[in-house]
Design a binder for this molecule. Sequence first.
Ligand code: HEC
Ligand code: HEC
Length: 399
Amino acid sequence: MIRKLACIGLLAAALPLLTVAANDKDVLDFTADELRRIMQHGPWPQSWSRDPSNRVSGKREAIDFGEHLFFENRLSGKGTLSCGSCHVPERDWSDGLQRGEGMQTVDRNTPNLVNVRYHRWYGWDGAADSLWSQSIRPSLNEKELASTPQNVAAIVRKDPELSCHYTRTYGKPPTEVKDDEALLVDVGKALAAFQETIVAARTAFDEFRDALERGDRSAAARYSMPAQRGLRIFIGKGNCVSCHNGPRFTNGEFHATGVSFFASKNRVDPGRHEGIRELKASRFNLLGPYNDDPTRATAVGTQHVELVQRNFGEFKVPSLRNAALTGPYMHNGQIGTLREVVRYYSELNVDRLHADGEQLLKPLKLSAQETDDLIVFVESLTDFRTNWKRSTGGEPSCR
Ligand code: HEC
Ligand code: HEC
């Protein structure tokens, strides 16, 4: 009895402390407007439904086939590289390099592949309008895999394992598909089905957001004070949300941030400007013969996209989920760390801005503490598990 009382006494003594620690003091007083802005970054994961332009999207057999293809060196021109050479699972599906290294060095930084199923445009320039057409691009690009439809089709028809996977996925053997290009597109669609499964898990930020939504302040208080202050800058003074918004922290569109668009001394990377041209000219776009969506509703965006002068030097707004794992940063990998990215925005050179970057960006002149807080916030959007394993361990999985 005495012991029990003593316990209660202790508890009572500790309670005020606990309430303070897990209450107001550790959650900033966000205004109604700030709360509204925070809520629009979730919930996570976002809902998703299979891609109507790809008849094997979401199909188990296609996912297995795609995983196999993703790591298959023989599909490249010289038989030495695969998608997995640049999109390395242990490196958050990127490579850690400034610019991708394929058959040659490419002009751009390798983006990670987490959450690609949610994108609207693919590539830094949006030259592809579907995940499957983006998955065909590197095979044919001479700097990346430098392959040909003939090479890809011949290997899929001949190799027992790939041929078995193809038959399971598409319901007929690849030898029955006489057209090499059509077979290449089917390979792209299986690759897409596999990449649709790469989704980042929930993060410290998501726990915080959902706790605020439930009104659970003690759960919200687990999110560190620097992260909360950084969030306030992100949605407020920093105006980062005008481009990095929604559950993936990107509006999915293209903007100019003053990052140099010179690919080398004498050569420019026109970014979105060239991307639109390439998209319109591609046989693999959603307006073309390979879109499996009979309604063609998926092609509306592509039909309406128009080339305008301001697109020159614009690049896609990257998602900030997992950004802590994906340096170097920007389309050309010119910035090494998140700290340098934040400094870049803080000290922005306005003379370099054009298009709507002029209205949306200004030098933020952040203090040392604000800089640290913003970095802690961006880091809190990261899912730090990098333990993805090949489902078959690389062993043959179809005979
Ligand atoms: C040489 C390295 C390299 C190889 C090999 C490679 N990629 Fe990429 N990947 C890149 C680069 C660089 C980009 C950005 C391309 C651009 O903006 O033009 C990219 C972009 C992508 C994207 C778009 C991501 C986004 O955020 O828009 C997808 C999807 C993709 N690659 C899938 C693949 C698949 C599937 C393969 C194999 C068929 C592959 N990649 C092979 C380097 C590579
Ligand atoms: C005008 C739209 C816009 C605003 C505002 C903006 N960004 Fe960006 N952000 C971009 C674009 C576009 C890129 C890619 C630029 C490039 O590659 O040339 C980018 C790149 C980044 C990257 C690199 C990600 C990667 O994977 O390479 C980070 C980190 C980032 N922004 C954080 C921020 C933060 C923090 C703020 C607020 C201080 C901010 N951005 C404000 C459009 C914007």
